[in-house]
Write a protein that binds this ligand. Structure first.
Ligand SMILES: [Cu+2]
Length: 122
């Protein structure tokens, strides 16, 4: 009498897995993984523009070359600091369309305020 229970459980597990996979797909229909390497050096970001598509999974490897810098995007609630020579990873889903400024919010040097770039989500 045990076998039907096992079969039923396996079917239920498979159905749940399929339902979950379909939901994930529906939530991010066009999402691709996009990887970028960004450096902060001499008070500027390179590149100064990151173009992605809406719903892409964006992975940024951020390096502060000469001194500590941060990679901050207010609307995405991202703010990560990298020490001099350090590489940090930032990952987020680009779920808001528009143009968003990324900047360095550290206060160690006034010139950090010049550091600006644009995340463009289309
Ligand atoms: Cu800085």
């Amino acid at each position: 009498m045990k076998r039907p229970t096992i079969v039923a459980s396996a079917c239920l597990a498979a159905a749940l897995l399929i339902a979950f996979a379909l939901r994930v797909q529906a939530a991010h229909p066009h999402g691709q993984t996009r990887e970028f390497t960004v450096t902060g050096d001499k008070f500027s970001f390179s590149p100064a523009e990151i173009p992605v598509r809406k719903d892409d999974l964006v992975k940024i490897r951020f390096t502060a070359t000469d001194m500590p810098h941060s990679f901050t995007i207010d609307d995405y609630r991202i703010s990560k600091r990298a020490g001099a020579g350090q590489i940090i990873e930032i990952e987020f889903r680009a779920d808001q369309a528009g143009t968003f400024t990324y900047y360095c919010n550290l206060t160690q040097d006034d010139r950090c305020r010049q550091m600006k770039g644009q995340l463009i989500v289309r």
